[in-house]
Design a protein around this ligand. Structure first.
Ligand SMILES: [Zn+2]
Length: 73
């Protein structure tokens, strides 16, 4: 009589994990809007299009502005 030894069953996870578009879409929109706001402050927060008065924001993002190739001075 053969003795049956139970083998552990391990199933590999399905890669890449499938995420429903309904879960991703709101987060993608949120981060897209946040990135557009950040892009505005880095690239256009100066002069006539300035939302905040003064040069504070411009000075904070000045190096990023040059790194990304936006016209500055
Ligand atoms: Zn500059």
């Amino acid at each position: 009589m053969a003795q049956h030894i139970a083998q552990p069953t391990v199933t590999a996870p399905e890669l890449p994990a499938k995420l429903p578009i309904g879960v991703i879409a709101p987060w993608a929109v949120l981060f897209g809007v946040l990135m557009l706001i950040l892009l505005y402050f880095v690239g256009a927060e100066q002069g006539a299009t300035s939302v905040m008065s003064g040069e504070g924001v411009h000075e904070w993002v000045h190096d990023s502005r040059h790194l990304l190739g936006f016209p500055c001075h």
